[in-house]
Design a protein around this ligand. Sequence first.
Ligand code: ATP
Ligand code: MG
Length: 570
Amino acid sequence: MKWTKALIQTLRENPGDAEIDSHKLLVRAGLVKKMAGGLYTYLPLGLRSLKKVENIVREEMNRAGAQEIVMPILQTAELWKESGRWDSMGPNMFKVKDRARHDYALAPTAEEAVVDVARSVISSYRQLPVTVYQIQWKFRDEIRPRFGLMRSKEFLMKDAYSFDTSMEAADGSYEAMYEAYKRIFSRCGLAAVPVEADTGDIGGKSSHEFHVLAEAGEDGIAACQCGYAANLEKASRRAPAREDESCPEAEVVPTPGAKTIEEVSRFMGMPASKFVKSLIYMCDGKPVMVCVAGDREVNEIKLKHFLDVASVELATPADILSASGASAGSVGPVKPLDASMRIVADFALKGAKGVMVGANIDDNHIKNVDLARDTKIADEDYADLTIVAEGDICPKCGAKMSDKRGIEVGHVFKLGVKYTEAMKAVYKTKDINEEVMVMGCYGIGVGRTMQAIIEQSHDKDGIIWPSSVSPYQVVIENLDPSDAHVTEVADRLEAELEAKGVDVIVDDREERPGVKFKDADLIGFTVRVVVGAKGLSNGGIEVKRRADDKSKTKVVPVEEALAVILDSLK
Ligand code: ATP
Ligand code: MG
């Protein structure tokens, strides 16, 4: 390809809406063009990288034995109503009508569609296990589309679905996808780590997310040196042992005007960890008091699982008042107004004595509280309910964990029978019994992965593409396009590289070398080759990997250039 024939536009200015480096670079390198928030055109260079990521995904899915299909994006409401997700997806799902006023969804994911296929195509145990996948556009009305391709309204997703005869057999399909994911991200030049994850709205038994660790990541991850890593939504910890000394009788103390833990702790001259923070949540419509140490935050997902409820929401001021007898700043577990209200507490509070709690009387607290002595919180009301923080103890090995940020590029779920049961996807066993198929689902954001590569691999000058996903692996800078000899050498090299299966672009623009090099660095082609009249008369051609600094530039005779370039791509 010749640059002068290619549709390439590089920009010097960062786009105004870009907060993270990869978003800025995507736009400045001319890989994508924004249409509106969360909607992007892939320009030729961007599409080339996207297709390369897509092909790696496809090859590894095929290698793992998955079979490619394509399902409609436009999906009937009836299908989504069968699973109950027509309503539960809420405003995240785009809904449209046809001319006959029938309802459709623009698929945000495709469990329903694939189960509909499975239940009609699969009838016998002989056809199982089977894994199918598609690489198809998905639509989500994200509350806050941002970060370019990372969180957009329309995005390319690889979604795979496995069907098995049993939970144990489904573990095998899950493992195969997990291994395929490791290969995919490594072939993309990405360091992606598997992280234990919550099963979210999809539900099910076990789940891992693959994260690219980056400051710009939207997800918090707790990680330990022993290899334990979990999304903060799910991460657990070992509760530190308590050796609280027994305390005198509880005593109400006025704390006028002090509402937050910080204010009360300043007022009393006691550290926040000596306080119990008590929050009232409405859980499936009923008030539940949740107690955690004053310096910790409630993990609402853990709370939801522990209470086994469908919804948890912070209570309104009116509900707080009627449940506790006080307003938010003075709530506590000692005799709240609603004596029937369930009180649960974080397991790190078990055995807490001499702590301070809200008195359920406005502007009052109680000191010297012994939770076992003074409250109705029983053994079974203690659970791991807080968000893990930097320095917490690893549940696996006991060392201290650290907080990291990650970009979720892929997700593997063991779904169990959630959809197959609701939608009656059954097969006949050997003994002609009917059994429900066991399912797994496995997503990769193809565009998000492409952008995560940029986030992980760039410098101040631009992108540094790994060879496997670079829009062109090699750029040949023809510094003297009007010189017939230089052009002949450059074009011959282009042809030779192409014959070896290498993607090449020749920058044949009549521009200053500085301008051309700046563009090459910005777009980030893996290898840069410089062919110019001066160079040729002084010994040859310059070859430099984008990732290397100038000192590693090689000057090689024309006849050796091909071998050196091929070597630089490895
Ligand atoms: P997130 O928590 O980031 O919203 P999710 O849990 O909703 O992700 P899944 O439903 O598991 O994501 O989708 C599979 C994959 O699709 C994700 O791992 C991610 O790579 C990608 N993805 C999800 N939402 C978007 C989006 N709005 N834009 C781009 N890619 C997305
Ligand atoms: Mg999401």
